[in-house]
Design a protein around this ligand. Structure first.
Ligand code: PBG
Length: 331
């Protein structure tokens, strides 16, 4: 039998979900999620020298900067209304223990001091990890093939403390060693930094999407991989446990990383804990969109906003993203 409009309408009102989609005005009224510039944290790479602006081959529009050009960049970031940056350091010297990570004249420490002096109001977060500072590129002390957990904790605590002493507003441990949030919290508190928050990379997966970052931060491991500490992409319940542990140890903000391939994890973490939740749209997520856009295969700006919106919709309160400046301009 022919199924006509009459049969559908008979007796019940004809529900048309399209009614509220007919004009931009109506669409804006029923929109459930909004991105704002306050959602963004902009990652930046800083290295020694002056007047440095090295574009990263696999991340068009992202640069390794020296402290002077970093200050300029951060003025622009602040003027766009982006509240925060996160800094990654490329040190002058690397060694077995990554000792330049806690050098008071290390690259991050210099950068933080310069930003606090020259770009007031900008929230300066520092990434706390050993992989950028060790000669072998691993996230901690290495014994043979093993990345040794407990011996690494002390180094991470030293690094975090020295970032605090330089004036960092927040520290963000990204190493995935067990117990590091507790040790960093204890160390900061003992030194009087009781109000300095910790943003923990709580559910950080062992991901192929970090490839371009390792070009940018020059931190690819010389041997082996990070699977003995970063999470297995197959696991979801384990992410909930990881986050619970970090909260218990004193994390103020918990992060899921990467973002787009792990939207389900963001949603679970937000629902389970209701904590301030960050998501890191990582280098590979950025590179994919940039590459497709450069080829004319995707509308880059549109896909950028759609992916950021999806991360917010999944439950993230803040997004670490290399698109922060572009998205702020688009908003
Ligand atoms: C470790 C760290 C990494 C990223 C952020 N912090 C790299 C890694 O774990 O290998 C990746 C970020 C990105 O891909 O954008 N210090």
């Amino acid at each position: 039998m022919q199924f006509g409009i009459k049969e559908i309408v008979e007796g019940t009102p004809f529900v048309r979900t399209r009614r509220t989609r007919m004009t931009e005005g109506l669409r804006s009224m029923v929109r459930e999620t909004a991105l704002t510039v306050n959602d963004f944290i902009y990652p930046l790479f800083v290295m020694p020298g002056s007047n440095v602006r090295n574009e990263i081959r696999s991340m068009p529009g992202v640069f390794q900067l020296s402290v002077d050009t970093l200050v300029e960049e951060c003025r622009e970031v602040r003027d766009l209304g982006i509240p925060a940056v996160i800094l990654f350091g490329i040190p002058e010297h690397k060694d077995e223990t990554g000792s330049s990570a806690w050098d008071e004249n290390g690259i991050i420490q210099q950068a933080v001091r310069a930003l606090k002096k020259n770009v007031p109001g900008l929230v300066v977060i520092t990434d706390v990890c050993m992989c950028e500072y060790t000669s072998h590129g691993h996230c901690g002390i290495v014994d043979g093939e093993e990345i040794v957990n407990d011996a690494t904790l002390e180094l991470l605590a030293r690094e975090a403390l020295s970032h605090a002493q330089a004036g960092a507003d927040m520290v963000a441990p990204s190493d995935m060693m067990d117990g590091r949030v507790a040790v960093i919290r204890e160390t900061l508190d003992a030194a009087g930094y009781t109000t300095l928050p910790i943003m923990s990379y709580a559910a950080k997966y062992s991901s192929g999407f970090y490839g371009p970052f390792r070009d940018a931060a020059e931190s690819a491991p010389a041997f082996g991989d990070r699977r003995s500490h970063q999470m297995d992409p197959a696991n979801s319940n384990e992410a909930v446990r990881e986050v619970a542990i970090d909260i218990e140890e004193g994390a103020d903000i918990v992060m899921v990383k990467p973002a787009l391939p792990y939207l389900d994890i963001i949603r679970r973490v937000k629902d389970e804990f209701g904590m301030p939740t960050a998501a890191y749209q990582v280098s590979g997520e950025y590179a994919m969109i940039k590459a497709a856009a450069a080829n004319g295969w995707l509308d880059g700006d549109r896909v950028m906003m759609e992916s950021l919106l999806s991360i917010k919709r999944a439950g993230a309160d803040m997004i670490l993203t290399y698109f922060a400046k572009d998205a702020a301009r688009a908003l």
